[in-house]
Design a protein around this ligand. Structure first.
Ligand code: UT7
Length: 321
């Protein structure tokens, strides 16, 4: 038995925050943000929380697959901005919104969450345990960034993406390979210190903190290695890839990794200018956007990569069905 990506869906909240809007909030300017990151706008959730975005992305993925919620055997949801820290999981809240009683679990792999969710869904399906798994990356990071910290608040945005991973006997449709990694020695580089039991109420550092420049360097190095490794061990080159769909944190990271594997610019998917860094949601949102505008088509081979807090990072070779 193999696992395939059956469908994709996404949702973004309505409100758009531009770089010009941010100039009124923190000491920054459009030129700095554009030059250093490529970001122009991001969507911000006002009255919605992460499960609301996740639910709408899930409905979109179900509609695109022509499936009903009760055909889903399990939900795996990746987020760093859950409705509740500790419990219940946002996946449980989404299962309830969908009206299904099924195994549902959140995973904490930060911006690499979608690739980790994909790896888990693939393993469950290949084991024969489940037939259809709904995986979701959903974030309202606007609710966990410090709006007084210009080094982080300008970078992120809210959104959700969902995919249905299903069993197939057709190897041609199957996810080819997934590479996931983590190195906890970088745990302090990207962290929300005051939202767990270690510091808890003893600190007011409850917002996302990032050592941006250091993170950038490790991201480029590890991602380049991961995409090179996954291509090599599957006897593929950038010529065999139809679409490079990287995590959308910064166009400069995307560009550096694309150059490392000689990926032509026209095959690199860029949505960071519209949505900013939506963490675990960025890859499914980007795939969905490319499918909607008719670029990614059935049978196209996608190379995904992502990097995030932990640090975690990884890549995947996924045909679009
Ligand atoms: O998705 C999860 C993983 N996250 C990432 O992959 C993000 C990785 N990091 C990055 O994308 C980049 O490091 C940033 C975009 C966050 C920052 O770019 P940078 O080129 O690494 O800039 P920097 O941190 O070295 O800062 C350069 C200068 C500093 O001023 P001084 O010390 O040179 O005077 C900052 O204080 O830019 C200043 N700065 C800003 N200026 C205007 C930092 N943030 C801003 C801002 N507006 N928003």
């Amino acid at each position: 038995m193999f696992a395939k990506m059956t469908s994709i869906g996404a949702y973004v909240p309505e409100k758009i925050l531009t770089n010009k809007d941010l100039e009124k909030i923190v000491d920054t300017d459009d030129e700095w943000i554009t030059k250093r990151t490529g970001i122009k706008t991001r969507h911000i959730a006002k009255d919605e929380v992460t499960s609301d975005l996740a639910y709408k992305a899930a409905l979109n993925a179900l509609k695109n697959a022509n499936m009903q919620p009760d055909e889903i055997d399990m939900i795996i949801l990746a987020t760093i901005s859950p409705d509740y820290f500790t419990m219940p999981s946002t996946a449980c809240v989404v299962a309830d919104k969908l009206g299904i009683v099924r195994p549902a679990v959140d995973i904490a792999a930060a911006c690499t969450g979608f690739i980790y969710a994909l790896a888990q869904a693939k393993a469950f399906i290949q084991s024969g345990m489940y037939k259809n798994i709904l995986i979701i990356g959903a974030e309202t990071i606007s609710k966990i960034v410090n709006w007084k910290d210009r080094t982080t608040c300008v970078l992120f945005g809210d959104g959700a993406g969902a995919a249905i991973i299903s069993a197939t006997e057709n190897k041609e449709e199957a996810i080819i390979d997934i590479d996931i990694n983590a190195d906890g020695k970088y745990q302090d580089y990207l962290i929300t210190p005051g939202r767990g039991v270690k510091y808890g109420c003893e600190t007011d550092r409850i917002w996302l903190e990032m050592k941006g420049n250091e993170t950038f360097k490790v991201a480029v190095k590890t991602l380049s290695q991961s995409v090179r490794d996954i291509l090599k061990r599957n006897n593929l080159t950038s010529e065999d890839i139809d679409w490079f769909v990287p995590h959308q944190a910064n166009y400069r990271i995307i560009d550096a990794v694309a150059r490392a594997i000689k990926m032509p610019k026209e095959k690199s998917v860029l949505t960071v200018h519209k949505y900013g860094n939506t963490s675990s949601a960025s890859i499914p949102m980007a795939i969905n956007e490319m499918v909607n505008i008719g670029k990614i088509k059935k049978g196209d081979l996608m190379l995904l990569d992502a990097f995030g807090g932990g640090f975690t990072w990884g890549s995947a070779l996924v045909p679009f069905n």
